[in-house]
Design a protein around this ligand. Sequence first.
Ligand code: AMP
Ligand code: MG
Length: 343
Amino acid sequence: MNTKLFRAGDPDAAARAAAILRAGGLVAIPTETVYGLGANGLDEAAVARIFEAKGRPQDNPLILHIAEPARLTDICRDIPGAAWELARRFWPGPLTMVLPCRDTVPRRTTAGLDTVAVRCPRTAVTREIIRLAGVPVAAPSANLSGKPSTTTAEHVLHDLDGKIEAVVDDGPCQVGVESTIVDMTGPVPRLLRPGGLAPELLEAVLGRLEVDPAVTAPVAADAVVRAPGMKYRHYAPQGQVLIVPGSREKAAAYIRRHFAPGDAVLCFQEELPLYDGCNPTAYGREDDAETLARGLFAALRELDRADISTIFARCPAGGGVGYAVRNRLRKAAGFRIVPEDEL
Ligand code: AMP
Ligand code: MG
């Protein structure tokens, strides 16, 4: 298949993308978080093609994207007041809510669950595409399963060229990490995945927010978890990522002691001078977590090479979107972190 490239600025890009979606095709769409691999979320056969193109495990459900918060009632039922409040404050934006699902949503989209994850993205061309398609658009991140998410159209083509009908290019994503997922089906809202929306902002509105154990620790492959996606190896380049915590000086000393030819360093811009000769890649500024979020997946992709064995990685402390960056890096590392007493 010849994958078409549409520019978001082209006057007919949204209409052409929507026509493909209506016909059961796959279109990679830009969002403020990462690029999504879109299909008609109500069409089982189209949804099946998403799983096939990505190599995604069948038990990992998809997020449905809507153009307007009001469309929530088309796909969800028993929507609590708190969910409407979150929608009012944070949509369109990098927040996904898990809610009880209506029968109109195929079980293939929800991987057999009776709940569904929903988000209203911010990117103008994508909201227009969804509006014109006239259906909720199922869209997981537009990468091969297990690989870092895609934040440019070039990344998407690298993974999916020839497997999907089209990509809509809107340049690099503004946020750079996926949405924050909150489960609104229980008595207390639960954070299933940190992401582009700071958990502090959610907590301020909700009062209480539980954090799912899968956010902070590895999950066994046979475990039953609330967000099935959390149990899979994810975001990982071919080499082994190893997180090196601690102060700038201690971390640099540790890395310089253990660095071998063929290794690489993923660090903050401020640290570059410390890693002369250690093949360093900076992914953003330590004093600005938003730059780290924007740069993380592109940097992991650059380092995804067979000739790199260990990637020593520096991880931000603190909250906001830094919390999501930390979560993605820990997952990329398979939770391998140098113990403080070895520094
Ligand atoms: P992706 O779109 O690739 O970023 O992955 C979507 C994430 O949403 C995965 O981690 C899924 O497990 C999670 N997800 C989707 N639907 C549900 C649901 N109904 N309940 C819990 N988690 C969900
Ligand atoms: Mg993904």
